[in-house]
Design a protein around this ligand. Structure first.
Ligand code: SAM
Length: 299
């Protein structure tokens, strides 16, 4: 299995047990360390940053680490769409973005909605281990976890005796407080509805006859497909028989980037998601193809 998860080909949910997961791996040192220390376990790194993903992927391939998987996506959606209930043993979050401003707290990785999907994927007795130097973040997370009634929370201050990264060692020796918050799963949380996307078996191409593509009509635009559902387009690349339009679809916060391809076929044009785009096929992806096929041709 290639370390970078391809939504298009991967078996979902992943057929794995006792997973160790790091959310927001940044430079990836911790994921690599975890993989080395647990050679017989699968370690999954989850990141939204493309640069971080590229860096870790290169390192994993270079060092031949066979037990690392990388998901380039938001952690909520990774757990929601890729992981089986009870299949995770431990989740690590090291210095997650604390979002200092109050109006940003909704985006915090440890909001109740996220902790709920994390809890469902954890096995009984599994845990979430968080390191942070921001105490209000610890308090916020404990408060959010309380709402679920399935975790036991404990906090301690990290000391020089603990295994530390070189940055942590420097911080601790400078007298900076680092907190380790442990959320241990005691029981299943009460079931509740979750935000999700509607998947379809396949996305069908749209055939357009008797008209010529006009990609400048659709490039750099935003289409509202429904409440909380936006399709954005960027630039396009054109050759004689193909046009690739760069697009981004955001459905209730689930973001996918892909290319829509216009391909000449005889006297007609076919509009489809590029076969090089690794997407989860959703209802709104189908609608995106339809909207761009409708708008992207000369009248
Ligand atoms: C402050 S950095 C910490 C990086 C690393 N863990 C460390 O200790 O240096 C937080 C990281 O979390 C990632 N991140 C933020 N929100 C995320 C989410 N919802 N899902 C996955 N990764 C996320 C960011 O891209 C960033 O790389």
């Amino acid at each position: 299995m290639h370390p970078l998860i391809n939504h298009y080909t991967v078996e979902r949910p992943l057929p794995l047990e006792d997973l160790l997961v790091e959310i927001g791996f940044g430079r990836g040192e911790f994921t690599v360390k975890l993989a080395r220390e647990n050679p017989d376990r699968k370690v999954l790194g989850v990141e939204t940053s493309g640069i971080s993903v590229e860096k870790l992927l290169k390192r994993v391939l270079r060092e031949g680490l066979r037990n690392v998987l990388i998901a380039h996506m938001d952690a909520y959606w990774c757990f929601n769409l890729l992981l089986r209930e009870g299949s995770v043993e431990r989740i690590y979050m090291n210095y997650p973005d604390p979002w200092f401003k109050k109006r940003h707290t909704k985006r915090r990785i440890t909001r109740e909605e996220n902790l709920y999907v994390f809890a469902r994927r954890l096995r009984q007795g599994g845990e979430i281990l968080i390191r942070t130097d921001h105490h209000p973040f610890v308090e916020y997370t404990i408060e959010q976890a309380k709402g679920l009634g399935c975790f036991e929370a404990s906090v301690r201050t990290v000391t020089v005796e603990d295994p530390l990264t070189k940055y942590e060692r420097r911080w601790v020796s400078m007298g900076r407080e680092i907190y380790e918050l442990r959320l241990s799963k005691l029981r299943e949380p009460e079931p509740r509805p979750v935000r999700t996307v509607k998947e379809v078996v396949g996305v069908f191409p749209v055939k357009v006859e008797g008209r010529e593509p006009a990609p400048d009509r659709i490039a750099g635009r935003e289409f509202k497909l429904g409440e909380g559902i936006y399709l954005k387009t960027f630039g396009f690349h054109r050759t004689e028989d193909t046009i690739l339009v760069e697009a981004l679809l955001s459905e209730m916060g689930f973001v996918q980037k892909f290319y829509i391809e216009f391909r000449r076929k005889g006297s007609a044009w076919v509009v489809d998601v590029s076969r090089f785009s690794q997407v989860i096929r959703t209802e709104n992806l189908q609608r995106s193809v339809e909207v761009l096929a409708q708008e992207g041709f000369t009248p």
